[in-house]
Write a protein that binds this ligand. Structure first.
Ligand SMILES: *Cc1c(COP(=O)(O)O)cnc(C)c1O
Length: 515
């Protein structure tokens, strides 16, 4: 790479041919096919004699290509991606850990991958066993009493958990009115509370970035349904007075919802059920290594204490009197179903494979390594970047762009600059209690070598911000596409292809029309 693009030399990235690729529609020409069928050896039957009017005659404009063109199209596109299999994703709060290949191998076993959700229970004992075992392990890890695997993501788990809290209070005669949420919370928390019909009351953090107990005491009253708390918080700090927080809530009949997205800092070390949480979600696509970000789908199981068990979504997996496993649908107090079938089953298989492959010692070591890696980065970057909270870090560390902002360089500029060095950006401008936040979460997946490459890149970027701020402010310089206008992309998104009138397509008439 030419020197004028860098103050130092990036050790990780270099230039590499990246092939241009048009839209698949633009490559289409009539009559091309990616298959060849043998001659028909039975009488031809028109589809409409079998299906009547339900046969669709208008397909719109579909691309026509040969097999190799299709394969190359998607292969070329895939080479433009940044992926966890290519390098580190230091995205704070996201726990972008490696998706172990053992998970994928197990999920592809025929009996598992091809199982149908409507197979009778007697033929689904293996699948039910996977759900049952995973449930038991997650209950053990969280210190809770019961669980549902249905929710499809963390935010969906929050929604389910808050619905359960609402049902619980209603069963006592009063749903209550408000939910307390710290100012450091993930945006999904207030959104969840509002969607379930609660008012959101903001709880200010103290100087250490933790819940202010005096402030909490003032705000909790008989109208408070719950506090939604992330622990460790979004600045990577463990709420050391969490048991007192729980006591303050419980004394007023309110509940503690724990956002468990950051469980990668706790698994095998401490259990939310033991420190007072009543209900929580887990993100299997974070802590339990199932694919995340374009790879999904997600999974957000919700674990709870016995007092909330009657309100869990229906059905739940139970062991019946004859010792076989089955679904229990007879749950009169349940909040109902939150997802079709039983949730994203393929993710249960992967999360169980991850849990079993690691075992208790492995899971504990994972937690320790994740925390160690974050603190290694913190120690190496302190001084280069402002560290707004000095409280010990757990699995992630939050810096700010304060030192660089003096030269007009913002967190977003440095995040984009990191792309030039061969990394995905860290989390930019979140949490909101830190102005110009740069949030970094390495996870346990990264080796010392990869961490050093990231540290090296960020130290160089700090140098560049001081010596040549324009270089950072106009980054990225080495990507296929330079800096995009993000406002225009958000306000005026173009999300579908429209055939230009001249385009060649299977049905020229319909292509010219809107479809
Ligand atoms: C990721 C995250 C969520 C939301 O999880 P999704 O699976 O993305 O819906 C909620 N809270 C925190 C703290 C998170 O990091």
């Amino acid at each position: 790479m030419s020197d004028e693009k860098f103050i130092g030399t990036p050790r990780k990235a270099t230039t590499h041919t990246s092939q241009n690729e048009g839209l698949i529609f633009e490559k289409s020409s009539p009559g091309k096919k990616a298959y060849r069928l043998s001659e028909l050896d039975v009488p031809a039957v028109d589809a409409s004699t079998l299906l009547g009017k339900s046969v669709r005659k208008e397909y719109g404009a579909l691309p026509e290509l040969s097999e190799i063109e299709i394969v190359r199209h998607f292969t070329r596109l895939s080479t433009w991606n940044y992926a966890i299999d290519l390098g580190m994703f230091p995205l704070g709060s996201c726990t972008m850990k490696y998706n172990g290949r053992v998970n994928e191998a197990v999920a592809r076993f025929e009996g598992i991958a091809e199982a149908h959700p409507y197979q009778p229970e007697s033929l689904s004992q293996g699948a039910l066993g996977i759900m049952h075992d995973l449930s038991q392990y997650l209950i053990e890890i969280t210190g809770m009493d019961a669980i549902t695997l249905q929710p499809a993501a963390g935010a969906h788990g929050e929604f389910t958990g808050i619905l359960m809290i609402r049902a619980y209070h209603e069963s006592k005669g009063n749903a209550r009115k408000k939910i307390l949420i710290p100012d450091s919370a993930h945006g999904t928390n207030p959104a969840t509370a509002a969607v379930v019909g609660y008012q959101v009351q903001n709880l200010k953090s103290n100087a250490e970035g933790m819940v202010d107990l005096a402030e909490l005491e003032k705000l909790v009253d008989e109208d408070t349904a719950a506090l939604m708390l992330t622990n460790p918080s979004t600045i990577g700090v463990f709420e050391s007075e969490i048991h007192k927080i729980a006591d303050i809530l419980h004394a007023k009949g309110a509940l503690l919802y724990m956002d468990g997205a950051n469980m990668n800092a706790l698994v095998g070390k401490t259990r939310p059920g033991d420190f007072g949480a009543d209900v929580m979600h887990l993100n299997l696509h974070k802590t339990f290594s199932t694919p995340h970000g374009g790879g999904g789908p997600g999974s957000g199981p919700v674990a709870c204490k016995a007092i909330l068990e009657p309100f869990l979504p229906t059905p739940i997996v139970v062991r019946k009197a004859d010792k076989s496993l089955g679904f229990d649908y007879d749950r009169p107090l349940s909040v109902g179903r939150v997802r079709m079938f039983y949730g994203n089953f393929g993710m249960f298989v992967r999360a169980l494979a991850y849990t079993l492959a690691n075992g208790p010692d492995g899971l504990r070591l994972t937690t320790e390594d994740a925390v160690l890696n974050a603190n290694y980065i913190r120690a190496k970057l302190e001084g280069y970047f402002d560290l707004p909270f000095k409280t010990p870090s757990m699995h992630e560390v939050v810096f700010s762009d304060k030192l660089q902002a003096k030269n007009g360089v913002k967190t977003g500029d440095m995040g984009k600059r990191l792309i030039d060095y061969g990394f995905h950006a860290y989390t930019v401008s979140f949490p909101m209690i830190v102005s110009g936040a740069m949030m970094i979460e390495p996870t346990e997946s990264e080796s010392r070598e990869e961490l050093d490459l990231l540290i090296d890149a960020l130290q160089q970027i700090a140098r560049e911000a001081a010596e040549n701020p324009e270089l950072v402010k106009t980054a990225p310089h080495t990507t296929r596409i330079r800096r995009l206008n993000e406002t225009a992309a958000a306000r005026n998104p173009v999300l579908r292809w429209k055939a230009p009138p001249s385009s060649i397509s299977l049905t020229p008439d319909s292509a010219a029309k809107e479809w």
